[in-house]
Design a protein around this ligand. Sequence first.
Ligand code: UTP
Length: 408
Amino acid sequence: MLNKVKKKVNEYGQEHLLAFYNELNPAKQEELIDDINKIDFSLITRVYKEINVQSCPARDVTPMKATDSTLFSQGERDKYIAIGNQAIADGKVAALTMCGGMGTRLGHNGPKGTYDIGLPSHKSLFEIQACGLKDVGEGNIPWYIMTSNINNDATVQFFKDHDFFGYPSENIFFFRQAMISVLNKDGKILLESKDKVLKSPNGNGGLFLSLKESGGLDDMNKRGIEYLFICGIDNCLVKMADPVFVGYHISEGAPACAKSFMKRTAEEKAAIFCYSEGKPFVIEYTEIPEELANARDENGAFIYGDTNVLNYIFNVNIIEELCQYYMPYHPAIKKVTYLDTNSGSCVTIPDGLKFELFLFDYFSHIEDLRLLRIDRDQEFAPVKNQTGIDSVETAREMYMKVHKEEQA
Ligand code: UTP
């Protein structure tokens, strides 16, 4: 086995991974070999080669229209709520929270969902979502929670310690997303310790494959789920399985829907929905040409202004197909700490290479996407940082404004 692994690491110029092999006891040697065997070397080689290739720039960009939910008449709103609630009552709707990220910016010691943003009730982000889901579906909506190796055990333990926040545990399904090796700028795979390769979660786009491989997709099919509501963990104003959204999605009949809000200024650092080559697309603010970023319609509204909120509904019957596509990995230069094979000690570098799949890249493989524009002040308060923009402070303040019952 060792010879086979030696051959492999030599072939890919990663022989340093075995630098400490002889120092390890047999059990740890086996663990290291096992870890190295799990590396997809050809994938790593390809994504490293691709980092200097400009990601395919959006071409032939056209606007994507949104339905503005803030302009719904009471009748329209009631109609969507009735359709959404019926689908929920019929057991056709599930919710999925993506919690596999590392929450680096927040710097909380533990899974982000366990974070207490300082509400009078001291509800954690997980509890906020559990309460929101209970309000809509009385605990009958199956809830899929994507974790990663880094935070899975702590997440499951937190739910157990809090009695699953009163949510029926048989309706909660934890699954882990895949991890991918972390490299240095020279393309060398880094070690976390003498017997372990350094890995990080493979991005929120790892969702569909991990859902399938974990048996989560089978579970949904067995339960007869048709519509999957998807969100992140860090928007404390998220409307879990929002019946208006579900009703809108069903009425539109498209394979997927996304919530959006209108950017406030042309310069806002927001990823924008559009079509590229006729396919739904999300364009990063860095890639949007200035004249498009500034373009306004006859009413003065931004033509390219609908911002990605990380809040979607997908028809479950397209997920299997989406799993077949090769999706691009996006490189991110991040501070990483690893075990240096030369000095034998832990080193922190500012320019480690992490790789992430983005969920919105899947949009280019679906027939169409519908956008439901929301009131940003009512539904979007992300917890990314401790202070400043999108921070614990701003999120708490916004949450308190919307949820008056929280006022002590
Ligand atoms: P972010 O991109 O904001 O990442 O994730 P993060 O991990 O929360 O925070 P930073 O960037 O390290 O500071 C948005 C949502 O996507 C999830 C996160 O858990 C969060 O709910 N996510 C992100 C995953 O589930 N897996 C990933 O690999 C990355």
